[in-house]
Write a protein that binds this ligand. Sequence first.
Ligand code: TTP
Ligand code: MG
Length: 362
Amino acid sequence: MKKTHPAQRLIIHADMDCFFAAVEERENPRLKGKPVVIGSDPKGGAGRGIVATANYEARTYGIGSALPISIAYRRCPHAVFIKPNGKLYREVSREIMKILAAHADVLEKVSIDEAYLDCSRLETFEDGRDLARTIQKEIYDTLSLSVSLGVGPNKLIAKIASDHKKPGGVTVVIPERVQEFLDPQGVRVLRGVGPKTAEHLHEMGYKTVRQLREAPEDSLVRSFGKFGRFLFREARGLDNRPVDMHGEAKSKGREYTFEHDSDDRAEIKKRLLACVERVHKDMTDDGLWCHTVTVKIRYQGFETHSRQTTLSQATGELERLRLAAPDLLTPFLEDPRPVRLVGFSVSRLVAPEDLLPLRPSL
Ligand code: TTP
Ligand code: MG
């Protein structure tokens, strides 16, 4: 399992198991063994929000992230429903990232519960497995939380590997075994293949990575343009993206689900601005500015759209965000359909101290 050459990378991807639910179970051991759903108030089945996550007991009822909470309630009315405690999860996340950072040459935080570690200093993938087990034990011993880890020659493989044996798994994919590992998996494991693209690929006869890999590059390019070339590389497990510490904290967002679908423009705008304020507070708490702002809307019937804009300069100013958000919202309100949900998020986050100082004027 020695690396094929010294420059060969060794990347670990860590992803916490049922993160929000696991933190709640840790805080309240009486929840152990019961189905737990983290999400907005189900209101006896009339609630209109969505599920953030669910523990494994609840997942056996077909409950998972992004499911409408009313359906979750119907599937398992005796589950324990808990409102998310974002502040607590962010604190725990900071503790997790501290542990991960101590073991990484470079750490890239991807989300609240997920990160890549560049550990290319290690000489063998066996060392990679040992390190993954050490990290898993340290997180369990200090935080009483379970994490799954994937070890591979790049980010794509490490991420697919961390999801391979959840919960509590450590999966190592050595470079020689990449194709063997990927081939039998569904195309959905690949980056950029969401449910719609997967459906499209299935219709074209590409269900597994192997089937996709056997497709000629020019036919994928004909069907998908530039994305086809990307798929061609992905199906071969190729990915040379570096682990980038500045890639951390990709976005922050808040959303609001209306009690009753609303066509009251003033009310929709008011709720959007409340989301803007909360997102701004989250950014400020973490000392971050943003380059890009996004407004999301969900109409009656669940059809969801978003629009975003990149600001001319990164900002940490509430006023700037308060001006940008309604501009993005207005075109959505030309649609006569009532609105079910409105949301606001910021991305391309940066620490202001990392921004280059403006060149002094002459
Ligand atoms: P995930 O890592 O996607 O999910 P998870 O940790 O709950 O479960 P798994 O064991 O499969 O990794 O997301 C991390 C947390 O982010 C999750 O606990 C809740 C939150 N989240 C949402 O609030 N909404 C979402 O749609 C998703 C996917 C996650
Ligand atoms: Mg997770």
